[in-house]
Design a protein around this ligand. Structure first.
Ligand SMILES: Nc1nc2c(ncn2[C@@H]2O[C@H](COP(=O)(O)OP(=O)(O)OP(=O)(O)O)[C@@H](O)[C@H]2O)c(=O)[nH]1
Ligand SMILES: [Mg+2]
Length: 359
């Protein structure tokens, strides 16, 4: 799972990134602090995995991770090379989703590149840059595909037609997600990987002690079918340096009950429509994995290893709670709660999976 963080310069991206990762990426009060792309790997804590590991006597607990990509701020004209952001848009083309950080705090001590705090204007600036970046990419790809399509190749013709629709949509200011991928050219969408087709979570960077999303940001998100969460990036970055007890006391003082970071990570999960499943065995690592809702045991096997997917014979599946209740695989098998499933079995959140495969 990969998530890219976008926003205006000084919006609070690196502060959020720091809080998410405690990676100590440089956060300072002047625009364009983030010069090198920053990638941080954040483990996804899951208490269920710990219980499963204890139950089967696993050697260690290996949680799945999310990669967060922190890039430099985007300004109007970034697609034409203004500022530094454009260079880094390529770094987030490969991500699964986007966190769009919007400055909504009024701290006069933090410089705004446009002089005033105006979340909607900033959102539109960023969205426009993403549209332009996609347009450039789509036009370049179109030129190439037109040449291939001259030979009458069916997939190339379908891709050419689709790219034309994408270009029309982008030129009209509409995101690429409004144009469904072409059925006759299944790889086309992945090859283009438009930024404006990725799911977006808006993160309103609010004043310390606030935890409501400003209504104009909420309304904007809703109009796109997207979600928004509020967080104070600076506060979260500071809290992330304290131990749990001190952090709890500081939250209580400020009246901020829930961790803003929790909201961001949970929001990202909802965005990606993921379920968790586990693999675990005695003396072996217990691991968590994530998969899109609706995918099968065969897809799950592919997450673990391509060889396991290729040699898939059948799967042994049990819900994590049933496994814990039984006290282990052998007892679960006796109780009949450990089931044999084929490759088309639709995975459920919390399943513990053992794939039998021929190497
Ligand atoms: N008061 C306040 N200041 C914040 C908040 N979040 C970030 N800041 C400050 O704003 C400044 C810029 O924050 P960064 O996180 O570096 O911003 P950025 O979006 O990564 O900026 P670029 O990398 O330059 O695009 C720093 O001085 C932060 O301490 C916040 O929630 N409240
Ligand atoms: Mg930064």
């Amino acid at each position: 799972m990969r998530i890219g963080i976008v926003g205006m310069p000084n919006a609070g991206k690196s502060s959020l990134f720091n809080a998410l990762t405690r990676a100590g990426a440089q956060a300072a009060n002047y625009p364009f602090t983030t010069i090198e792309p920053n990638v941080a790997v954040v483990p996804v804590a899951d208490h269920r995995l710990v219980r499963v590991a204890e139950t089967v006597g696993a050697s260690e607990v290996v949680p799945d991770t999310i990669d967060f990509h922190d890039i430099a701020g985007l300004v109007a004209g970034a697609h034409q090379g203004e500022g530094l952001g454009n260079r880094f848009l390529g770094n987030i083309r490969e991500t699964d989703a986007i966190l769009h950080v919007v400055r909504a705090h009024g701290d006069p001590g933090v410089v705004h590149s446009e002089g005033t705090v105006d979340p909607l204007r900033d959102i539109e600036t960023i969205e426009t840059e993403l549209v332009f970046a996609d347009l450039e990419q789509a036009e370049r790809r179109h030129e190439r595909v037109v040449r291939q399509a001259r030979g009458g190749d069916r997939a190339a013709l379908a891709e050419e037609d689709w790219l034309r629709q994408v270009i029309d949509a982008l030129q009209a200011g509409r995101p690429a997600r409004t144009v469904p991928g072409p059925e006759a050219a299944p790889a086309a969408l992945r090859d283009l990987s438009p930024l404006t087709a990725k799911p977006v979570l808006f993160v309103a960077n609010v004043d310390e002690g606030d935890d409501a999303v400003p209504p104009e940001i909420e309304a904007h998100a809703q109009a796109q079918g997207a979600r928004a969460v509020a967080v104070s990036s600076r506060l979260e970055a500071e809290l992330s340096e304290l131990d749990d007890e001190d952090a709890f006391a500081m939250r209580a003082d400020l009246g901020v009950a829930e961790s803003g970071l929790r909201r961001v990570v949970d929001g990202a999960f909802v965005l990606l429509e993921l379920l968790a499943f586990f693999t675990a065995g005695e003396g072996k690592p217990a691991q968590s994995w994530h998969l899109r809702h609706g995918l099968s045991a065969w897809h799950a096997a592919g997450e673990i290893h391509s060889d396991i997917q290729r040699g898939f014979v059948r799967a042994e599946v049990i819900g994590w709670e049933a496994l814990v209740e039984a006290g282990g695989y052998a007892a679960a098998r006796e109780r009949g709660t450990l089931r044999l499933e084929g490759r088309d079995y639709a995975m459920r959140d919390g399943d513990v999976l053992t794939v039998k495969f021929t190497p």
